[in-house]
Design a protein around this ligand. Structure first.
Ligand code: PLP
Length: 457
């Protein structure tokens, strides 16, 4: 058998990939025609492809490599754990040291009394857990009819049946008969796209109050929970108006429903605090975590719950739910080492005091570019909305996404990974980005915008 290694020519790797590898969120025909970009190594904030090209990774992989690439101590911890105890489960009254240590550390870091973690292998399955968990919670309280979970259009909560149902992505619902029953939706707080003539503060209140109206429509006795990302990530880094979260919190407090903060992207420093819930002053009952929990070095996620939720679940007897890899020892050890690095290198503090303010200053200047209708940033996640007409916040004539795609390709050609969501360009770089990396990022993004402007007009 021929060994497939980094040393094979790119075309050969691409042909093999197209022949045998089914990719997430990828058009297989386009893949066969053009071939996938083959990434062979990464160090710090830089990716290298099979042709030797370097890219500044302004997406931290998929919003996850918070501590940057190439951390030897994580590799060492993983190797040590694999030798000592590569696997054991946490079912049936069994545990192991990495799961104990990680759940204790998370209780220390998480806001409020979110002191208990149910582990998964990522964010989607953690949100599946949340669906079952909040329904089990209400059943344990003698209210099994409280089942409906309210979410938002254009939210992203994962790709499993439960996660994709909770998400509000229409193209995902169109495939496979989603959503599952008892999921309801309100509109997103996207002022740029949907705010019309309202000012952002009024719009934020209007969108939050849709939650109260939806609870009234469904009946408070039927609603189990509301789920939302503090800042919508995959929806295009949609930063809600300042009025939005306080009103959502009021509504959740006044009505008997649980608040689930999906912190899969916002958690572990992304918004300038350890959790987005702190940035927006949210008091969740349940918090979804993944991605930055291990900085992507190992697949792990979880559902964190408050003392009260945990006590109620425990009073309800066995929770008949679990994953083979819940609390996987190697993934848990890797996550612990990642948290140690985040803490000891004071990465979140540096983001808050230095990196995020510098990035914000530079990023917001992109708002002056003739192609940009709005620039927005929250900590280390930012977006720019491209438009042919700034004052009207208009879309492009050819349909959403075409100009975004052009811009993304210009980014790649200029050594920058920036993602597009429709015609919004988004970033979520590693938190360890230096000021000089930020200058490079902005320089390359400006160049890509200039080239896109030429192509789009
Ligand atoms: N929730 C949010 C907010 C996400 O952004 C994602 C992934 O991007 C998920 C859940 C799903 O996580 P995973 O891809 O680890 O299953």
């Amino acid at each position: 058998m021929n060994m497939i290694t980094n040393h094979l020519p790119t075309e050969e790797l691409q042909a093999l990939d197209a022949a045998h590898h089914l990719h997430p969120f990828t058009d297989g025909n386009a893949l066969a025609a053009k071939g996938a970009r083959v990434i062979t190594r990464a160090q710090g904030v830089t990716l290298t492809d099979s042709d030797g090209n370097d890219y500044l990774d302004a997406m931290a992989g998929l919003w996850c490599v918070n501590i940057g690439y190439g951390r030897d101590s994580i590799a060492d911890v993983a190797a040590r754990q694999m030798k000592e105890l590569p696997y054991y489960n946490t079912f049936f009254q069994t545990t192991h040291v990495p799961a104990i240590a990680l759940s204790q550390k998370l209780a220390e870091l998480a806001p409020g009394d979110l002191n208990h973690t149910f582990f998964s292998a990522g964010g989607s399955d953690a949100n599946d857990t949340n669906i079952r968990l909040v329904r089990h919670y209400w059943a344990a309280k003698g209210k099994p009819e409280k089942k409906v979970i309210i979410s938002r259009h254009n939210a992203y909560h994962g790709s499993t049946m439960g996660g994709a149902s909770l998400g509000g992505m229409k193209p995902m619902h169109a495939q496979g008969g989603l959503p599952i029953p008892d999921i309801a939706f309100i509109d997103q707080p996207n002022w740029y796209a949907e705010g019309g003539d309202l000012d952002p503060a009024e719009f934020g209140l209007e969108r939050a109050r849709q939650l109260e109206a939806k609870i009234a429509e469904l009946g408070e006795n039927k609603v189990a929970a509301f789920i939302a990302e503090p800042v919508q990530g995959a929806g295009g880094v949609v930063i809600p108006p300042e009025t939005y979260w306080p009103e959502i919190q009021r509504i959740c407090d006044e009505h008997e429903i649980l608040l689930i903060a999906d912190e899969v992207i916002c958690g572990f420093g992304r918004t300038g605090n350890w959790f987005g819930s702190e940035t927006f002053n949210i008091r969740p009952d349940v918090m979804t975590i993944a991605k930055g929990l291990s900085s992507g070095y190992a697949p792990i996620g979880g559902s964190m719950v408050t003392d009260e939720v945990a006590a109620t679940l425990n009073a309800g007897g066995d929770f008949n739910h679990g994953y083979t890899y819940s609390g996987h020892p190697v993934a848990a050890a890797v996550a612990l080492e990642n948290l140690r690095i985040l803490e000891e290198e004071k990465i979140v503090e540096t983001v808050c005091n230095e990196t995020a303010p510098y990035l914000e200053e530079k990023w917001m200047q992109l708002g002056d570019h003739p192609l940009v209708g709005q620039a927005g940033i929250c900590g280390m996640m930012g977006s720019i909305a491209m438009t042919p007409d700034k004052s009207a916040r208009a879309g492009f004539a050819g349909g959403a996404g075409q100009v975004g795609l052009i811009c993304r390709d210009h980014c790649f050609s200029n050594g920058l990974v920036m993602r597009h969501v429709g015609d919004r360009m988004i970033i979520s770089p590693p938190l360890v980005l230096t000021k000089s990396d930020i200058d490079t990022l902005i320089d390359r993004a400006s160049k890509a915008l200039d080239l896109t402007l030429k192509d789009a007009t």
